[in-house]
Write a protein that binds this ligand. Structure first.
Ligand SMILES: Nc1ncnc2c1ncn2[C@@H]1O[C@H](COP(=O)(O)OP(=O)(O)O)[C@@H](O)[C@H]1O
Ligand SMILES: [Mg+2]
Length: 372
């Protein structure tokens, strides 16, 4: 009897993990990589990345950070939380410590006998406000021709420090410093941030929306991720997996993870294993993505989605407005909100469809006035 070793599951069904095979996203990745490589300033060095929860924003930030580091950049990853500015400065110092003169770090000068009081002496270069200290750091990095990439995840419009960061960054750019800023967040938060007058510089940043992966990319993701870890996937299993994932990056990982587990002792993944994987993945996806997304929708958003259910596949805005007994401009507002949240998609002809796998069924199962 031949026994096969159960290989480690290569899928990454948790938030923020860089997948072992990055599906799609090749255009934005190659633009970023070229920007990091180039000695001239590319517009892609200032980028605002949006997309629904689970479309791969955090993974893309981390991926871009690795690519930048491989090209000699210093990379600092931060989240939009109070203390953001100091966090960025401290982490940048840390990440650049191999380049910077070590005498620049604070030194303990005395420790009181009680052990409670420690006084620090900061070298002269430590003084000044945040922007001054950052400028000094950038100057030192410039001596090594090194750039600084700052990534900020989960942006929100109500954090003053984020607006201050954007303002200071704008000055760094104007001063021709080698800096890059990649922001990521939910579409609604990003648009509110961009609307802020003080952050209006962001209107000129590259804006990237992460949508669904085309099915051939999702197929490639299943095939390659499994192949890299030593398992094959039957053709009909691939059909099942691609269909279940609906092009949604997080769902690709959930389906992949579960179907791998269902076939853990086998050399290849069968359609039966893929079906079992898809079933479990749907349950998890509902709990982790559909539920939280639906909970954030307003009654008007939900009514719009319910009005789409009368169509089998795609909906025209006029029909939805008619069913809501409202005018087109009222319906268009809700269309925009739902597009922004990645809940629906609009094709080139303006036809609308549900953009998250299983969302249609999820809405169907909600009572008309239900809150979940
Ligand atoms: N391009 C991609 N191809 C395959 N899987 C991806 C891709 N981007 C993200 N993922 C996976 O999807 C999941 C969600 O990604 P994450 O970056 O956390 O999303 P977000 O930050 O938008 O909520 C993670 O498990 C990640 O590994
Ligand atoms: Mg994220």
């Amino acid at each position: 009897m031949i026994t096969t070793r159960p290989y480690d599951n290569p899928f990454t069904p948790s938030f923020g993990e860089v997948p072992s095979f990055m599906a799609g996203r090749s255009e934005i990745i190659s633009n970023l990589v070229r920007a990091f490589d180039s000695s001239r300033r590319s517009p892609y060095l200032s980028c605002a990345i949006t997309g629904a929860r689970g479309t791969g924003k955090t993974a893309l930030l981390s991926f871009a950070g690795r690519e930048a580091e491989a090209r000699g950049w210093i990379c600092v990853d931060a989240s939009a939380l109070p203390g953001l500015l100091e966090d960025i400065y401290e982490r940048a110092l840390d990440a650049a410590s191999h380049l910077l003169d070590s005498s620049d770090s604070p030194r303990i000068t005395s420790v009181s006998m009680a052990g409670a009081g420690v006084s620090w002496e900061y070298p002269a270069s430590e003084g000044g406000n945040w922007r001054t200290r950052m400028s000094r750091l950038l100057e030192e990095l410039a001596e090594f021709r090194t750039g600084l990439l700052i990534t900020v995840d989960e942006v929100r419009p109500d954090l003053d420090e984020l607006v201050q960061l954007v303002t200071a960054y704008q000055h760094f750019v104007r001063e021709n410093r080698r800096v890059a800023l990649l922001l990521a967040g939910l579409p609604r938060n990003m648009s509110a941030l961009i609307r802020d007058e003080s952050a209006s510089f962001l209107r000129r940043a590259q804006s990237v929306t992460l949508g669904l992966l085309p099915s051939f990319e999702a197929r490639l993701a299943f095939e390659r991720t499994c192949a890299l870890a030593g398992k094959e996937v039957d053709d009909d299993a691939l059909d099942v997996a691609v269909e279940a994932a609906g092009g949604f990056p997080f769902m690709v990982q959930l389906v992949g993870f579960r179907m791998w587990e269902a076939a853990v002792d086998d050399e290849s993944i069968s359609a039966a294993a893929a079906l079992e994987g898809a079933r479990l993945a749907r349950l998890e996806f509902t709990e982790r993505i559909l539920g939280p997304t639906y909970r954030e929708l307003s009654p008007g958003d939900r009514a719009f989605l319910r009005a789409m259910l009368d169509d089998d596949d795609v909906s025209a805005l006029g029909d939805v407005a008619h069913r809501l007994e409202r005018g087109n401009s009222y319906a268009a507002q809700y269309k925009r909100r739902l597009l922004d949240q990645g809940v629906i998609e609009e094709d080139f002809d303006g036809m609308l469809r549900f953009a998250m796998p299983g969302m249609r069924e999820f809405v169907e199962e909600r009572p008309a006035k239900g809150t979940l």
